[in-house]
Design a protein around this ligand. Structure first.
Ligand SMILES: C[S@@+](CC[C@H](N)C(=O)[O-])C[C@H]1O[C@@H](n2cnc3c(N)ncnc32)[C@H](O)[C@@H]1O
Length: 368
């Protein structure tokens, strides 16, 4: 670990100087390094020979891969806390804190000798919008206002209903995608099921973990990851996947398609996928939007509207930004998901206080 200090010093100097955009690490050789990155302190570039495992301990990092065999910068992405990333040889990697400070650990092996220069990563990474931080900000504002939770402390009634109709859903390994504060994950774990909750908001996951701890639940874990990629999840590893109110927050066709494809991959043959998706008039019937007509014209991403939360038994309105969302007619949603190879098993209309006017659809990955 001695050489790590050299690198840390180098990095510190870079942080304090205006030349932070260029980092030569060919003078340093190390196996394990722990960095505190800040957005201001620039970028670390890992050369292409290195095979490395990288893990973010706090916050999130922007990560850009350059495929050196094709000299191509791939779409940069965000890596959340606890999500391991495996860097292969042949890929040059550029990393920086996405917002605030990020602690990163890198385990690597490489041959020194390459002079590294920062590429056009800054620009590419800047194109990552605030989408991923919108949720953290939302949950944080809700807790700052004194509310214990953004969603209800009860499981989604549509999930409970589907579990009563389809006993086959209550078995094996379950993954709750976009689990938020974990109300459904916690409920399932209370039934003794093995559950993994996945969300992009570290703030919501913090609350979910606290609740799991209070309830002394041993069979639930929460990981911070992007449901579009589900990078830390192995193929064919789950029996059931849930997406309760998260898919309707994905508005980009390509990202929705990637998400559905990944869900197909991580499910075992014969596995189930349960989706709760708003079908029209997003916001209508939501507990947090008691007067839909008063705000209907403002339900545009970026607009700030009052949203209702519970604080010490009282109902309080707090100003919150509208996040991107998408209504999808049930038949369109079913076509969209079945186009990835799923079969539709059951569908119901639902009107829960969280997602209002939604379609709850159960799909199955065919048995091989
Ligand atoms: C409407 S909330 C639903 C939360 C939870 N399923 C429930 O019913 O209480 C949507 C959740 O999706 C999460 N989310 C949105 N986009 C995501 C993404 N790309 N990857 C992971 N989580 C995401 C948000 O952070 C938020 O917690």
């Amino acid at each position: 670990m001695d050489n790590v200090n050299t690198l840390s010093d180098l990095f510190k100097q870079l942080a304090e100087s205006d030349t932070s955009q260029r980092l030569a690490i060919n003078t340093v050789s190390f196996k394990t390094a722990r960095w505190r990155l800040t957005k201001k302190s620039g970028i670390i570039v890992l050369p292409h020979q290195i095979e490395a495992i990288l893990c973010v301990e706090t916050n999130k990092i922007d990560l850009g891969e350059v495929d050196t065999t094709r000299s191509e910068m791939m779409e940069p992405f965000l890596l959340g806390a606890g999500e391991p990333y495996y860097k292969k040889a042949g890929i040059r990697l550029l990393i920086r804190a996405a917002k605030g400070d990020a602690d990163v650990v890198i385990y690597m092996s490489w041959q020194p000798g390459e002079q590294i220069e920062q590429k056009a990563f800054q620009e590419a990474a800047d194109s990552l919008d605030d989408y991923y931080f919108g949720y953290d900000q939302r949950y944080r504002r809700v807790y700052d206002a004194g509310a214990q939770l953004w969603e209800s402390d009860q499981p989604n009634a549509s999930l409970v209903n589907m579990l009563q109709k389809h006993f086959e859903l209550a078995k094996g390994r379950i993954v709750d995608l976009g689990c938020g504060e974990g109300r459904d994950s916690l409920y399932l774990a209370q039934q003794g099921l093995e559950v993994t909750g996945v969300d992009i908001s570290s703030v919501a996951l913090g609350r979910a973990r606290e609740l799991a701890h209070q309830l002394r639940l041993q069979t639930v874990r929460f990981i911070e990851s992007d449901v579009i990629y589900l990078r830390p999840i192995a193929d064919s590893s789950y029996d059931v996947a849930l997406n309760m109110g998260c898919l309707h927050m994905l508005t980009d066709t390509k990202q929705r398609s990637r998400h559905i494809q990944r869900v197909f991959e991580i499910l075992k043959p014969g596995g189930y996928f349960l989706v709760d998706h708003c079908k029209s008039d997003w916001g209508k019937g939501f507990y947090s939007i008691p007067d839909y007509d008063a705000v209907a014209k403002d339900l545009i991403p970026g607009q700030v509207i009052p949203r209702r939360v519970r604080v010490d038994g009282q109902e309080v309105d707090i100003p919150l930004e509208v996040l991107p969302h998408l209504d999808q007619a049930p038949e369109v949603l079913i076509d969209e998901i079945c186009s990835h190879g799923f079969d539709m098993v059951d569908t119901e209309s639902s009107n829960t206080e969280a997602f209002g006017n939604s379609a709850v659809v159960l799909f199955r990955k065919p048995n091989l």
